[in-house]
Design a protein. Structure first.
Length: 122
């Protein structure tokens, strides 16, 4: 939805992060696969080869508040795509939230916004 606004380095980092999150529970669903493919197309990275970067190395690439907001919003869409919020996904989001410096109120607002978007798409 907003990924085209990311800089080139951020786009690659986001794709690394999305793939990491999609596989974190050990089961990459067809819904998650579909969302990741949509991300690749939106960012014009269909031929991108994953490097398998560590989460901390990925998160360092996002400097602006806008980029961090985009990352969090898009990750919620990915996580909720299969209808299950796994414990590993929850822990990853907590780490990202803390690394980016989001407070609990901002985080809750993002989560509520994504829930509303999810309801509209059904």
């Amino acid at each position: 939805m907003f990924l085209a606004e990311l800089h080139s380095e951020e786009r690659e980092a986001f794709l690394e992060l999305a793939n990491l999150i999609a596989a974190i529970d050990g089961n990459r669903s067809i819904f998650e696969e579909s969302i990741v493919n949509k991300y690749k197309k939106e960012m014009d990275l269909e031929d991108y080869q994953l490097k398998g970067l560590a989460m901390e190395d990925i998160l360092k690439k996002f400097k602006s508040e806008r980029s961090k907001n985009i990352v969090l919003a898009e990750l919620f869409q990915l996580i909720y795509s299969d209808g299950v919020f796994h414990e590993q996904e929850s822990e990853s989001i907590r780490i990202i939230k803390e690394y980016f410096g989001f407070n609990s109120k901002e985080f809750a607002s993002f989560k509520d916004w994504i829930d509303k978007i999810k309801e509209l798409s059904l």
